[in-house]
Design a protein around this ligand. Structure first.
Ligand SMILES: Cc1cc2nc3c(=O)[nH]c(=O)nc-3n(C[C@H](O)[C@H](O)[C@H](O)COP(=O)(O)O)c2cc1C
Length: 206
C-alpha cells in the first residue's frame, strides 16, 4: 500500500514565487548547492501560468512566508491563476532588480534561471541566488504545518460540494449556490459577471 501522506512530512517551507508577469505559491523548493551564490531548485507544475512565464523570464524570486497573516496571500496566489486575476492588485510589494517582492514576507531570494529539467508533471527550474534579504525575523511557515492547519490559513473554507465564486479582479471569495443577480464584490465593487466558479480548494503538490 502506498500512503503518500508521509511525503507531507518532508520538511519544506511555503513560498510565493514571483517572476515578471505573475507568480504562485510553491513548496517544492530546495537548496541544492552551497557557495556564496548557491543553486536553488523549484518544481513548478506545467499547468500553471507561472511555468509559462519561467520559460521566458531570466529571474524568479522566492518570497518566504511566515506563520502570521499569510492566509490571504495563500488564497490569492495558491488558488487562483494569473490567467484569471491580477494577483498583484491589493498586494503590497517592494521592488529589487525589477522583481516584485512580497512586502509581508520574511525575506526573499532572487535567482537567475540556469537550468530547466522537465518531468511528467513539473518543470524543475534551477536558479542561482544572486540577491537576497531578510525582512522580518519570524518563524517560517512549513508545508506540513500548512497541511495540518489548512482551514485556518485559507479563506476558501466551505464544506465540500458547496459552490465558491472567486472575484477575477481582486480574489475575494463568495460562498453560496448561486451569485445573486445584483451581486457586487464587497472588496472591489465589480458585478457578478467578473466572478468565476471555483472547483476545488485542495492542493496536493505530490
Ligand atoms: C500550500 C501550497 C503549495 C503549493 N506548492 C506548489 C508547488 O510547489 N509547485 C506548483 O507548481 N504549484 C504549487 N501550488 C499551486 C499553485 O500555487 C497554484 O496552482 C496557482 O494557482 C498557480 O497559479 P498560476 O496559474 O498563476 O501560475 C501550491 C499551492 C499551495 C496552496
Amino acid at each position: 500500500m502506498k500512503n503518500k501522506k508521509i511525503t507531507r512530512k518532508i520538511s519544506q517551507g511555503v513560498y510565493i514565487l514571483t517572476t515578471n508577469g505573475g507568480g504562485c505559491v510553491v513548496d517544492a523548493v530546495s537548496q541544492i548547492s552551497s557557495s556564496d551564490n548557491p543553486l536553488i531548485a523549484v518544481a513548478v507544475n506545467k499547468n500553471n501560468y507561472t511555468n509559462e512565464l519561467l520559460h521566458k523570464n531570466k529571474l524568479f524570486t522566492l518570497n518566504v512566508l511566515g506563520m502570521k497573516n499569510t492566509g490571504d496571500l495563500i488564497s490569492k496566489f495558491g488558488f487562483n491563476s494569473m490567467r484569471d486575476i491580477d494577483k498583484f492588485i491589493g498586494t503590497d510589494t517592494l521592488e529589487d532588480m525589477g522583481e516584485k517582492i512580497i512586502k509581508n514576507s520574511l525575506g526573499y531570494m532572487i535567482c537567475e534561471v540556469v537550468e530547466k529539467i522537465e518531468n511528467e508533471t513539473h518543470t524543475l527550474f534551477i536558479g542561482r541566488l544572486i540577491e537576497a534579504d531578510v525582512l522580518k525575523d519570524e518563524e517560517p511557515l512549513t508545508y506540513n504545518y500548512y497541511q495540518e492547519h489548512k482551514s485556518d490559513f485559507i479563506k476558501i473554507k466551505t464544506s465540500d460540494n458547496k459552490n465558491k465564486w472567486v472575484c477575477t479582479v481582486c480574489g475575494y471569495v463568495y460562498e453560496g449556490e448561486e451569485l445573486p443577480d445584483d451581486f457586487k464584490c464587497p472588496v472591489c465593487g465589480v458585478d457578478k459577471s467578473f466572478f468565476k466558479k471555483v472547483i476545488s480548494n485542495s492542493y496536493e503538490s505530490k
